[in-house]
Design a protein around this ligand. Structure first.
Ligand code: ATP
Ligand code: MG
Length: 395
């Protein structure tokens, strides 16, 4: 028996004339994710991708390949399936054998058939009824439940073969990376920014991560934690270019020269975005991504966001803007970053914060204050120029 991974493409199938380039991006990502797991054959037909092991190493790694494919944007559902000749007797023998453990464990089941190859002599209703009968005979403890079965036995009659599986699992959804272009993600060690990166990845956006650190005010442990988060994100986004920006000099200069401490936070946010924009341009990115959420903290009020947006020219994408903290947290759990994010850490955004940051900063005050810091531009350029680069691979 040969086992393969059957995957369904999602929204990208609606792309009309562009569909080919979306499929090519998806297949390229899938090829890359399976490249160290033996030999695989990948092809797409209609809205299905066939991911087929070609050697013993690949066969042995099918579970790992399956888990990795679940993290590939562009696929909506996946199943591990047994391949079978298109002949009803062969199908019923193999279904009883391949799904025996699940058939034994379930109390109720139903058979659902899909006949993509209309040349197959039985229609889907007939396949369902006949196969249901065969399985009831072989597993007499079972009962049919067409509404809420514990096990759904699926038979798909496709172009080259028939496929049998025990139901589909939900996959990542969205659009394949990098069909929406490339942006720079401002990645902190918190809960929100990894979720922001994931949400934009889901829309097909390729990303590079930028992290600001201010040693010795922020520790090596805090930096290591952000790298761990970036590696977890790389499981979804693919190998992640990572820029570690030394921010201490800029930040200390701002702290020491600023006459209005209540403006410190918004001025620092502007400074971070300017540095990020320099790196983003160098990296051919067309936008910035942050984890900001409206009114979550003083720097995320409408007035503060307006001041931040004015700092540089690239569009700032904020996919968490309308989400509650609980919604963001649920997503962080789903994508696997939550446990790392809640480890205690210091972030350069939280050091030197004034006791009462201004919640309604005014742009004219911001601009006036920046004029009192003549060294700022040079320090920002230096921070961008001395950022350390790494390519982070998925764990
Ligand atoms: P998060 O949970 O993502 O840290 P937050 O609610 O703590 O977000 P802030 O600290 O105000 O919010 O940061 C807002 C956004 O600014 C973050 O979501 C992130 O995109 C970016 N950011 C904050 N600190 C850093 C940092 N040290 N390096 C890079 N980006 C940062
Ligand atoms: Mg933060």
């Amino acid at each position: 028996m040969r086992e393969i991974i059957l995957a369904s493409m999602g929204e990208m199938t609606l792309k009309g004339l562009n569909r080919k380039s979306f499929e090519a991006a998806l297949l390229k990502t899938l090829r890359h994710r399976t490249s160290d797991l033996g030999q695989w054959s990948l092809r797409s037909a209609q809205s299905v991708v066939y991911i087929e092991p070609q050697d013993a190493a690949a066969e042995a790694a099918i579970e790992t390949a399956f888990e990795r494919c679940r993290q590939v944007f562009g696929l909506v559902a996946l199943s591990r399936a047994a391949e079978c000749p298109k002949n009803f007797d062969a199908i019923s023998l193999l279904a009883a054998e391949y799904l025996a453990p699940q058939l034994r464990a379930a109390a109720t089941f139903k058979v659902k058939a899909k006949r993509a190859d209309k040349a197959f002599p039985m229609d889907s209703l007939a396949i369902g009824a006949e196969l249901g009968g065969v399985l009831l005979e072989k597993f007499p403890h079972l009962q049919v439940d067409v509404h809420h079965p514990q096990l759904e036995v699926m038979v798909e009659i496709r172009e080259h073969a028939a496929y049998i599986h025990g139901g589909k699992q939900k996959a990542a959804g969205g659009l394949p990376i990098p069909t929406s272009g490339r942006a720079a993600l401002l990645l902190s060690g918190g809960i929100d920014s990894p979720v922001a990166g994931w949400l934009m990845g889901k829309r097909g956006l390729s990303q590079v991560a930028i992290h600001f650190a201010s040693p010795p005010y922020t520790s090596a442990r805090a930096a290591a934690k952000v790298e761990a988060l970036a590696r977890q994100l790389a499981g979804w986004l693919g190998p992640l270019p990572y820029h570690h920006v030394p921010y201490t000099d800029t930040q200390v200069y701002m702290r020491d020269s600023l006459s209005r401490q209540d403006y410190f936070t918004v001025l620092m946010r502007r400074s971070m975005l300017r540095i990020a924009a320099i790196i983003a341009r160098r990296e051919h990115c067309a936008a910035l991504v942050t984890g900001e959420s409206l009114a979550q903290v003083a720097s995320q009020t409408l007035q503060a966001l307006a001041c931040t947006d004015g700092a540089q020219d690239l569009p700032v994408l904020r996919p968490c803007i309308g989400m509650d903290k609980t919604e963001i947290t649920d997503l962080a759990r789903h994508i696997g970053t939550y446990e790392t994010s809640i480890q205690p850490y210091e972030d350069c955004c939280t050091i030197f914060t004034p006791p009462h940051p201004r919640t309604k900063p005014r742009l004219q005050d911001v601009l006036r204050l920046e004029e009192t810091m003549p060294e700022l531009e040079r320090l920002e350029a230096e921070a961008a120029a001395t950022a350390e680069f790494k390519l982070l691979m998925p764990k």
